[in-house]
Write a protein that binds this ligand. Structure first.
Ligand code: PLP
Length: 443
């Protein structure tokens, strides 16, 4: 009997006891290799002394003081570090407690910016099908995953959606990568013109699409064209790096690899590496100045924003990433992992695509490699892979609905940045045997 209202009412979950490095241990003593950081969260593994010490020190100094009354040094230091790591003009950080709160804050910031500069008629968001931006009502509305939205649709504000940048499925045989990038990016211009440039506030996208599509990066030139279109029509660019940011793809901000600068960036998950819940919006000076020189305050706020314990964990996390040169390690181990996955999984008849950047990788499952026909939804391949992998002592993050929110299956792999070569081998061996066993079960 449990009084916890769990995610799934009928799931029987093991109970967690402890963690060490890339491993977790349940109360029965079973060991699990964390191949997905939970959901791309535990970037430093599960018992990092520097982060734990920073949290303890903050607890002894002051655990909480409401931001309506005080600032706190650790949030000031964290904001300075996050903006030092970002290109100009991303100079201001608004702290919240998680990814959905960060997205909600960014959406409202975009709206208030246009109210402040005298363009209140701008009320519309454009986003992409098959992205996930969180589960609160605003974030769910901009998200493009049909299955997650369906029961709540009457409660969601209307948001316009364009195609994802998903070359494996959509790039034509006779289309170059750049032509493909232009074709899908130009859908934004078409949509802006359809809705009316005077009405559109912002375009929202994940630089590397995570949970819903399985680590799909944009193709060459896509985001440069998106940036151009946003500039041309006075539309803000909001990049959601809740999952792919904070080094997960090998650069501190994922957008660095697309060689553009957004107006607002949302971050969470890896920001506190799971040691504390924290999220943030990094905002450009243009937006901050409009609000600071206008009404003087952002009409938003949460009780736990800039929480000292959360900021202490994030500050220690980022300092650890920098001090231990973990961005280089992500790139290095990410390449090794991708190669190992290709060698082990590509020969399997139901592995269609292996993709991603850094230690943020996705494996798309298919019924037929040549035609890319998805596995039937009734196979429940995602559930089978997850359960069998757990029996094998591996956490991975499989999902269904890869293609359109209903069809398709993928497995997301996002291990802690500290994973070593031997552990990469263990991950690949366990994933391969779990997949083979699951495939027998789905027939
Ligand atoms: N945005 C993206 C890209 C995400 O992947 C997620 C969570 O998976 C969110 C937002 C929501 O974050 P949270 O679950 O912390 O509310």
């Amino acid at each position: 009997m449990t009084h916890v209202f769990h995610r799934h009412c009928h799931a029987k979950l093991p109970s967690i006891a402890s963690g060490e490095g890339v491993y977790l241990f349940d109360t029965e003593g079973k060991q699990y290799l964390d191949g997905c950081g939970g959901a791309a969260v535990s970037n430093l593994g599960h018992n990092h002394t520097a982060v734990k010490d920073a949290i303890k020190q903050q607890l002894d100094a002051i655990p909480f003081a409401h931001t309506g009354f005080f600032t706190n040094q650790v949030s000031e230091d964290l904001a300075t570090l996050l903006t030092d790591l970002a290109p100009n003009p991303l100079n201001h950080v608004y702290f919240v407690s998680g990814g959905s709160e960060a997205v909600e804050s960014a959406l409202k910031m975009a709206r208030q910016y246009f109210v402040e500069i005298g363009k209140p008629q701008k009320t519309q968001f454009i986003a992409r099908r098959q992205s996930y931006h969180g589960n609160t009502l605003g974030a769910l509305a901009v998200g493009g995953n049909e299955w997650r939205k369906e029961p709540f649709r009457p409660l969601l504000s209307s948001v316009h959606h364009i195609s994802p940048c998903y070359a494996y499925r959509d790039q034509g045989d006779n289309e170059t990568e750049l032509d493909y990038s232009m074709r899908v990016a130009n859908e934004l211009e078409t949509k802006i013109l359809e809705v009316g440039a005077d009405n559109v506030m912002a375009f929202v996208a994940e630089p590397v699409v995570g949970a819903t599509t399985g680590a799909v990066p944009a193709t060459e030139g896509y985001f440069k064209r998106i940036r151009e279109i946003c500039d041309q029509y006075d539309v803000l660019l909001i990049l959601d790096e809740v999952m792919c940011g904070i080094g997960r793809t090998g650069t501190f901000y994922a957008f660095e690899q697309d060689k553009i600068i957004p107006d607002l960036v949302t971050i969470a998950k890896g920001l506190g590496a799971g040691y504390q819940p924290i999220g943030a919006v990094v905002a450009s000076s243009k937006i901050y100045d409009a609000i600071a020189n206008g009404s003087g305050f952002f009409q938003h706020g949460h009780t736990f924003m800039a929480h000292p314990m959360a900021c202490a964990s994030a500050l220690a996390t980022i300092n650890t990433i920098l001090n231990e040169h973990l961005l280089d390690k992500v790139t290095e181990q990410g390449e090794k992992l991708k190669n190992k996955l290709e060698v082990a999984l590509q020969p399997l008849p139901y592995v269609g695509d292996i993709r991603g950047r850094g230690l943020f990788l996705g494996v798309e499952l298919v019924a037929d490699k040549l035609t890319k026909t998805p596995l039937a939804s009734s196979t429940e391949a995602n559930k089978k892979v997850k359960n069998i992998a757990m029996q094998h002592g591996l956490m991975c993050y499989p999902m269904a609905g890869t293609i359109d929110g209903k069809q398709g299956h993928h497995i997301l792999i996002a291990p802690p940045f500290i994973i070593n070569d031997e552990q990469l081998d263990e991950l690949v061996t366990k994933l391969t045997s779990a997949l083979i066993e699951a495939a027998k079960a789905w027939g």
